[in-house]
Design a protein around this ligand. Structure first.
Ligand code: ARG
Length: 458
């Protein structure tokens, strides 16, 4: 097939060089954006008198038809073409002749490709935000349901203080809310139009970049043509927002896996989101959560890969930049897939409240509250801390827990102890009395849920 740029060349491109060079097998997914961009470009050219009204009409109509034909499968991508931009222009020219050849006036593939990518990615970012909202809503529902369910809260993976399961789930909801903000923020800088920067230096035609940008829903235009065609910051920012979001899902996955283990038995994931073993009949594996955790690695890789491709690139466009797309597409697809699986996995998990409570009872997680009890009776915190440390040590040796140690024994340590200590160290009190802003009390959790629901509504 003769290349559009064949004029300068005496020899055809080698088959393997053509395959190596071409990007249509992955950039074909931007066909809608490419056609939409071209329709706006033709309109701008017509409006500015750069091409005739007849040509504008012919181009616009035929591009609409090409879109329809692609959507319904009447037209297939030609994988011999170098990229989606060349393909659409080739089909257009085959169909309407000379007018089609005028479309590429006052633009270049260098501004066209980054225009398409920005439009594609801003839609994907909006889609990701929608899915994040859905998952966050499910977390709020579950958190509301379990706002009284006591579990051990951990630090260093050692039982630390009692929290409720709703509080723990809401911690993840907060991360997802920040993720939504990060995506929305990335879109602000993504939503800048590069079209009209042309190859690198702008153009001598009397174009109207602002009008064209408005037609395509952009907030602003790139103010420097060299930067406009070279800027891939928006890919890096999106890749990075995706990486952070996957990091959150990965931490969550790790906890789901841990909680599902025989050792913890805090939750059971639904059969629909777990798998068995080919050899061990007793097994129920958290494959989905493990895969989310695993896929986080490739998403980090896409971010590092793209940063590395861009590092050291001179201005303006270089073919290296074609490498941006597979990485960003893969990260976007991966995150969407993970969010799709996560939402129902969380919605259908069963929570074993009894086991959580049992674990909470066994770990001396009310020791801080026992020390606080002594402080309220007049002791200094440090002395109380030391005394309680001694009591805990003695209890471990005598296989007792703080709630069951008789008052007479307590009074051997300090005569500040009285009957009311048992209420002060009951797990329910320890959890419910943590009423500080953002603390684990059910009242505080309900506040958190309300704030997050407000944030994701609409
Ligand atoms: N397929 C190319 C890419 O993805 C489009 C831009 C090509 N521009 C050029 N001057 N070769 O980056």
């Amino acid at each position: 097939m003769e290349k559009m740029w064949a004029g300068r060349f005496a020899q055809e491109l080698a088959k393997e060089a053509n395959d190596f060079n071409s990007s249509i097998h992955f950039d074909c997914r931007m066909y809608r954006q490419d056609i939409k961009g071209s329709i706006a470009h033709a309109a701008m050219l017509g409006r500015q008198g750069i091409i005739s009204p007849e040509d504008t009409a012919a181009i616009t109509e035929e591009l609409g038809r090409i879109l329809e034909d692609l959507e319904c499968g009447r037209l297939q991508f030609d994988m011999e073409c170098e990229d989606i931009h060349m393909f659409i222009e080739k089909v257009l020219t085959e169909r309407i002749g000379e007018a089609g050849k005028r479309l590429h006036t006052a633009r270049s593939r260098n501004d066209q490709v980054t225009l398409d990518l920005r439009m594609y990615l801003r839609d994907e970012a909006a889609e990701i935000i929608r899915r994040l909202k859905k998952l966050t809503g499910i977390l709020c529902d579950q958190a509301e349901h379990y706002a009284d369910s006591i579990m051990p809260g951990y630090t260093h993976l050692q039982r630390a203080q009692p929290v409720n399961f709703g509080h723990h789930l809401m911690a993840y909801a907060m991360m997802l809310v920040r993720d939504m903000d990060r995506f929305a923020d990335a879109v602000k800088r993504m939503n800048v139009s590069p079209i009209g920067c042309c190859a690198l230096a702008g153009t001598t035609y009397p174009t109207d970049r602002v009008w064209e940008a408005e037609q395509l829903g952009f907030e602003r235009i790139a103010l420097n043509s060299l930067d406009g065609v070279s800027d891939r910051d928006y890919c890096v920012e999106l890749l990075s927002a995706i990486a952070v979001c996957m990091m959150h899902l990965s931490r969550f996955s790790e906890e789901l896996i841990l909680w599902s283990s025989w050792e913890f038995q805090f939750i059971e994931l639904s059969d629909a989101y777990t798998t068995g073993s080919s050899i061990m009949p007793q097994k129920k594996n958290s494959d989905m959560a493990e895969l989310v955790r695993g896929k986080t690695g490739r998403v980090y890789g896409n971010l590092m890969g793209t940063l590395t491709v861009l590092k050291g690139l001179p201005l303006a466009y270089n073919k290296d930049m074609q490498e941006d797309k597979e990485a960003i597409f893969d990260s976007v697809d991966t995150l969407k897939l993970c969010l799709d699986i996560f939402a129902p996995m969380i919605e259908t998990m069963s929570v074993k409240e009894d086991n959580m409570l049992k674990a909470a009872k066994e770990g001396f997680i009310n020791a801080t509250d026992l020390a606080d009890y002594l402080v309220k009776k007049g002791s200094s915190f440090r002395s109380a801390y030391k005394l309680v440390g001694g009591i805990v040590g003695d209890c471990i040796r005598s296989h007792q827990v703080l709630e069951d140690l008789p008052l007479a024994d307590y009074r051997k340590y300090s005569d500040l102890f009285a009957e009311d200590l048992y209420d002060a160290i009951s797990l329910k009190t320890c959890m419910e009395k943590r009423i500080s802003e953002g603390g684990t009390s059910p009242a505080s959790v309900k506040k958190q849920i309300a704030a997050v629901r407000e944030r994701i509504s609409g």
